[in-house]
Design a protein around this ligand. Structure first.
Ligand code: FAD
Length: 472
């Protein structure tokens, strides 16, 4: 039977695309080589990491914060096996949910490795060695990404001592010393999990800042907060070797800019080393070259503004194409492609894609950073409001951090909002909605916000771009 759409990969890009296409009346099939649906995000990414982040945060709070609230309990005891079971149950429920949604939407599923034979033809190689061919009017490549190594350094990731994020989500004991190579989102989130459970965490980062690409002021303040939580940072450091020892492993690094640093190479020992230097698009075995699909210089599938590849009838979405490697970006592209294939006007607004770091406190951002605005020569106003001046934050003992609103100097249109603080990942969405509608900081400041909420800090920061905030 010929399909309207065959989606290769069932991550947030692929499964959302398949469901949306089915909802629009198209005949859809999904090809997935993993045992369960949901891709990186549900199996070994967003969902298991958030399960462990939440559980470890509860552990840390029970240990540090309850007493001053008048809740006296004995020192909490870690049951790592139970914590991992919570993570596994969360993952199972989520991946099972996708299987249910596929059935509900009458989407056919093929288990095996998909290969693009040509436009209109996908071959699926099953584990039994048998290959079957599926005919389809359209193909959507949603094969995601895989762990990238350290450029120029050979690293033997065994997922026990030298681990990627996948191994770091499944350690069977808390390492005494954990070295994280890479101070990006994944490294800091997983570093936080193990730091809260008792590991001494050292982050080695090539750049002079953590969270490269985030607003500089936010990144700096956040680094100080992590420092207070016991993190050690080796910034501006280029890793030259990661070596397994009899017990644990060692990481050797040298200053990226010897004039700035001590100039000497340094080696740190660890029980576990987490390689968190980013991810690369995954196109192995897909046959794209043979099918004539163009790739860019970074190995990503090249697409136009409508997520079409250069071969008619073949589309690509998610981590395998350009743009931020985020689940919600992949999902929105999935919806857009389904709509485009169904003859509608699918579209993704890349200017308004929130980014969240699910640490404690959280960091969230949408739109332009100050550095980007300066570089683009855009005149802007900045308004800031600290959570120390927010009543709800005080009541909850979550006064760390601030909200920063950046608005166009001439038009007052909000160009970027950056939050570091408890619940930042939820608060950022009022800014995203405002920006989607082209709203101004005055619109934000004049919108009635419930009291007492952390979100009042967003309103006050908006107010601070053109007038005086009330509570400071
Ligand atoms: P994927 O989710 O990678 O799915 C691709 C699927 O395609 C996989 O299941 C793969 O098995 C399958 N596949 C590949 N090749 C073939 C083939 N030839 N045939 C059949 N199937 C194939 N993002 C967020 O937005 N928020 C977070 O909190 C977050 N946390 C993360 C934490 C970690 C530890 C990691 C690693 C990532 C995290 N991400 C997060 C990123 C997020 O997981 C990705 O951006 C997202 O999964 C990309 O979705 P995708 O559909 O493009 O690809």
């Amino acid at each position: 039977m010929a399909y309207d759409v065959v989606v290769i990969g069932s991550g947030p890009g692929g499964y959302v695309c398949a469901i949306k296409a089915a909802q629009l009346g198209l005949k859809v099939a999904v090809v997935e080589k993993r045992e369960t649906f949901g891709g990186t995000c549900l199996n070994i990414g967003c969902i298991p990491s958030k399960a462990l982040l939440h559980a470890s945060e509860m552990f840390a709070e029970a240990g540090h914060s309850f007493d001053t609230l008048g809740v006296e309990i004995p020192a909490p005891k870690l049951n790592l096996g139970k914590m991992m079971a919570h993570k596994d149950t969360t993952v199972s429920a989520n991946v099972g949910g996708i299987a249910f949604l596929f059935k509900k939407n009458k989407i056919d599923t093929f288990r095996g490795t998909g290969k693009v034979v040509a436009a209109g033809k996908v071959a699926v190689a099953g584990e039994d060695g048998k290959t079957q061919e599926i005919e389809t009017k359209n193909i959507v490549i949603a094969t995601g990404s895989d762990v990238a190594g350290i450029p120029g350094v050979e690293v033997d990731i065994d997922e026990k001592v030298i681990v990627s994020s996948t191994g770091a989500l499944a350690l069977d004991k808390v390492p005494q010393n954990l070295v994280v190579v890479g101070g990006g989102v994944i490294g800091l989130e997983l570093g936080s999990v193990w730091a809260r459970l008792g590991a001494k965490v050292t982050v080695v980062e090539f750049l002079d800042t953590i969270l490269g690409g985030m607003d500089g002021e936010v990144a700096k303040q956040f680094q100080r907060m992590l420092g207070k939580q016991g993190f050690t940072f080796k910034l501006g450091s280029k890793v030259t070797g990661v070596t397994k020892a009899k017990k644990g492993a060692s990481v050797t690094f040298e200053p990226v800019n010897p004039a700035k640093g001590s100039g000497d190479a340094e080696t740190v020992e660890a029980d576990v080393v987490l390689i968190a230097t980013g991810r690369k698009p995954y196109t192995e075995g897909l046959g794209l070259k043979e099918a004539g699909v163009e790739m860019d210089e970074r190995g990503r599938v090249k697409t136009d503004g409508h997520l079409r590849t250069n071969v008619p009838g073949i589309y690509a979405i998610g981590d395998v194409v350009a743009g931020p490697m985020l689940a919600h970006k992949a999902e929105d592209e999935g919806v857009a492609v389904a709509e485009i294939i169904a003859g509608q006007a699918g579209h993704v607004n890349y200017e308004v894609i929130p980014g969240v770091v699910y640490t404690s406190p959280e960091v969230a951002s949408v739109g332009k950073t100050e550095e980007e605005l300066k570089k683009a020569g855009i005149a802007y106003k900045s308004g800031k409001f600290p959570f120390t001046a927010n009543g709800r934050a005080r009541a909850m003992q979550h006064t760390d951090g601030f909200v920063k609103v950046l608005a166009d100097k001439e038009t007052d249109r909000v160009l970027g909002v950056h939050i570091v603080g408890f619940g930042a990942g939820e608060m950022i969405h009022e800014a995203a909605v405002l920006m989607e509608f082209g709203g101004s900081s005055e619109d934000l400041a004049r919108t009635c916000h419930a009291h007492p909420t952390m979100s009042e800090a967003v309103k006050e920061a908006a107010l601070a771009t053109f007038a005086k905030p009330i509570h400071i």
